[in-house]
Design a protein around this ligand. Structure first.
Ligand code: HEC
Length: 168
């Protein structure tokens, strides 16, 4: 009697274990930005530095723009427009006085990670660029993504909608 119950129970349990293993093996889809479907690229934290930036008010942010190899080559050669496959990532932190040496300013809490991906076919209406803004790894809302291209287009259209120049 006991055995008759145990066998089906064991089968059910092993079924659950298999389903759980299958779920773990599935790569979890990465959070993608609304409108553009842009994700945070792998390994961006060790990409080449294009330039730092500072925003004094109102956000008080220290920023660093980094680029993938395609971006770095395009900067080096002055290629405009940037070729497909170019990815630029802007990291940002609050800035705070150094706890060890007050006159120095150092990064505080991370605020946003912002991404621009060049794909002329996919993003014909926004100069060939897809945009993504992430807070704690999650994309912000659609309304914020509607502002990206407008600002970049209004100010740096002649530089393929990219503000950051290479800091030598
Ligand atoms: C009001 C203007 C404005 C808006 C809106 C804006 N940006 Fe930018 N963006 C800038 C400026 C200025 C820079 C230059 C770096 C800096 O000063 O932080 C920049 C730089 C960038 C960069 C680095 C490449 C470059 O152009 O220098 C990325 C990536 C970026 N922005 C993504 C975004 C995304 C994604 C959004 C929308 C969610 C967005 N931006 C909205 C002004 C804007």
């Amino acid at each position: 009697m006991r055995l008759r119950l145990l066998v089906p129970a064991a089968l059910v349990l092993s079924g659950i274990a298999l389903a759980a293993a299958a779920a773990l093996a599935q790569p979890t889809p990465r959070p993608a930005s609304p409108i553009f479907g842009v994700t945070i690229p792998d390994g961006y934290r060790s990409w080449h530095l294009i330039a730092p930036a500072l925003e004094a008010e109102p956000l008080n942010e220290l920023r660093a723009v980094v680029g993938n190899d395609i971006a770095v080559k395009a900067y080096a050669r002055g290629t405009l427009p940037f070729p497909d496959g170019t990815v630029l990532v802007k990291l940002a932190w609050k800035h705070v006085p150094s706890p060890e040496f007050e006159p120095a300013t150092v990064p505080g809490r991370a605020t946003t990670v912002q991404v621009m991906v060049k794909d002329a076919m996919r993003y014909p209406e926004t100069g060939g660029w897809g945009f993504g803004r992430f807070v704690n790894g999650e994309p912000v809302d659609e309304a914020q993504h509607q502002t990206c291209f407008a600002c970049h287009e209004a100010r740096v259209k002649e530089r393929d909608f990219v503000f950051t120049r290479y800091a030598r």
